[in-house]
Design a protein around this ligand. Structure first.
Ligand SMILES: [Zn+2]
Length: 135
């Protein structure tokens, strides 16, 4: 029986700030998002088999995002964190001198796609519901 991946890591909870735009009210706020930093153990656990040892050799330190959604600070509605990066490899940031640069790197990885235009700023003729074309 192979070991759970978590047997290979030391886990440490970590909070990171992320700036997200609410899809409902379009206000941008900073949110504290929970992550777990998984640091590979110094050596393979004693009960590891050959397959586990091979797996262990390939594993990398990483950050795993725990939170999938946040509650909008402006309108109070829950929304999904608009990012596909729920896992970040720590060695992508290796060699960076400090945490501030690490944060900048994560922010870059987390950068959101451009938001669609805000319909409320368009003239009424573009937003007025059209009738009849569906029959
Ligand atoms: Zn909102």
């Amino acid at each position: 029986m192979s070991l759970d991946e978590r047997a290979f890591f030391n886990e440490r909870p970590e909070q990171r700030q992320g700036r997200y735009t609410c899809p409902r009210c379009r206000r941008e706020n900073d949110y504290a998002v929970r992550w777990v930093r998984r640091t590979k153990k110094d050596r393979v656990p004693g009960n590891a088999g050959d397959a586990d040892r091979a797996r262990f050799a390939k594993l990398r330190d990483h950050l795993l995002r725990i939170d999938d959604e946040v509650v909008c600070k402006t309108c109070g509605k829950k929304f999904e964190i608009p990012s596909h990066h729920s896992l970040l490899f720590v060695d992508q940031f290796e060699g960076l001198p400090n945490d501030a640069e690490l944060d900048a790197e994560i922010a870059a990885a987390e950068r959101q796609p451009a938001a669609p235009p805000d319909r409320s700023t368009l003239p009424a003729r573009f937003t007025r519901p059209s009738r009849g074309w569906k029959g």
